[in-house]
Design a protein around this ligand. Sequence first.
Ligand code: NAP
Length: 432
Amino acid sequence: MAHFDLVIIGGGPAGLTAGLYAARANMNAILFESKGVGGEILNTDLIEDWPGEQSITGRALAEKMAEHAERFGLKIELKAVDKIRSEGDRKIIRMADGTEHTAYAVIVTVGGEPIKLGVPGEEKFHGRGVSYCAVCDGAFFKGLDLAVIGGGDSAFQEGLFLTRFAKKLHVVHRRNEYRAQAILQDRLLGMEKVKTVTPAHVKEIGGDADVKWIDIERNGKVERIPVEGVFIFVGFKPVGRHLFEEHIDHDDNGYLITDQYMRTNIPGVYAAGDTRAQLAKQITTAVGDATTAVLHAERYIEELKHAEKTFPKAEPRVLAEETERVRTIRYVPGETIIKKGDVSDRFFIVLHGEAVAVRDDGTVVTTLENGDHFGEIGLLKGTARSATVKAKTDTEVLVMDRASFERIVTSSAAARSDLEAEANERMKALQL
Ligand code: NAP
C-alpha cells in the first residue's frame, strides 16, 4: 500500500491536465489509467477544435499531453482501479489486482462508454460488423457499404472518418434534424457517397457470420438496407459513479454532480471531464474543469493537513468534512484579523505569512506563523475576543466558522481537552 496526497483516475485530457498541474506543483500524486493514456480522443481521428492545433489526430494529441505531463514528473501507471471508499479523512483506492492505496483527495476523470442501441443483432454481431469506434475498426471495411447510426458530433465525426473506406455510407438518424456541429454536417452530408436515412429507427441488425443488413423503420414501413458495417454513436454513458462504494451524487443520466470547484458530495473527491454533469463534452472544457479540480484539491489537501496538525485527536472524517467548508482569506501587512472585544465567531490557522497578537498598548504578545492557530479562546469560553491579531506580513489564513469549529472540537473528548489546556496557557500568557 502506498500513500499519495492525490490520486487521479483516468488518463484522458482531463486526467492528464490534472496530472500536469499536480506534477508542476510537486504534489505527491499518481495517475491510474486502465487502458491507454488518451481516453476518448484515442477513438477520434481528427481533432479540429483544440486551440492552437488546426488539425491533429486524437492519438498525436494524446501522446503530446501524456509526454508533457510526464516530462514534468507525473507518475502514470497503467492499472485499473476497482473501487474507492472513504475511511476517516482518507480515500482508499482498491485496484483491480487487489492492492490498495490511500490518498487525501481523488480526481475522477474516467469518462464513460458508448450507449448501446439495444436492437436484435447488436450484441451478436459486435466485433463482426458492429462497432462503436470508427478509428479503431474503420480500416477493416474498405470498399464496403456501411451505416453510421446517430445524429450527434460523434456520429458525424466518425462518419467523416469512415468515408475514407466506405463505398457508400448511410447516415441513419431518428430525426430529420441533426445535433452535430454545422461544420461537420456540411462536410459529411455534402459528400456524394453519403446517403441520409431519416427519420428512421434501426429495428434489427442481421447477416450470416458477419453483418449483411440492417432493418430500419421509416414512415411506418420497414426497409432492409444492405451494409457490412454498422457504426453506432447514439450517445455516451458516464461510468464514474460505479467506482464508489458509498453514494455519490449524480444526475438522472449518471453524470457526477459537482460544484464550481469540481467537488462532489464526498469530501476530497472531485470529478472532471465527460463523467461530470456539464453542458459541453469537449476537450477544452474537460481540461478547464480538471485545472479547477486540481487547484482546489491542492488547497484542500494543504488545509486538511493543517487541520490535522491543529486537531490531532479530532475525528478524521469530521475533519475532512469541515475542511471542505473552510475559507482562506488574505490580509495585507498591518491589517486587523480579529479585534479585541469583537464577537468570537471564527477560528483561524495561519497558512502563509506572519501575524501578531498585540496588547492594547501595541506590544506584541506572540507571533503566529505557518501552522499556528488563534481565535479559540473566545469560542471555547463563550466570550468576546480577548486580544487583537494583526497581519505582520502578507498573511493567508484558513478561516473556520463557529459551527465547524464546534463540530471538530466535540468530535472527540481528547480534542476538546487538549485545546482547552492550550487556551488556558495562552490566557496566562496574555495575562487575562
Ligand atoms: P449525443 O450528442 O448525445 O448524440 C447522440 C445521437 O444519437 C443523437 O443524435 C440522438 O438523437 C441519437 N440517439 C440517442 N439515442 C438513440 C436511440 N436509442 N436510437 C437512435 N438514435 C439515438 O452523443 P455523441 O455524439 O456521442 O456526443 C456526446 C458528447 O460529446 C456531445 O456533447 C458532443 O458534442 C461531444 N462530442 C464533441 C465532439 C467534437 O468534435 N467537439 C466530438 C464528439 C463528441 P437525437 O438527436 O434525436 O436525440
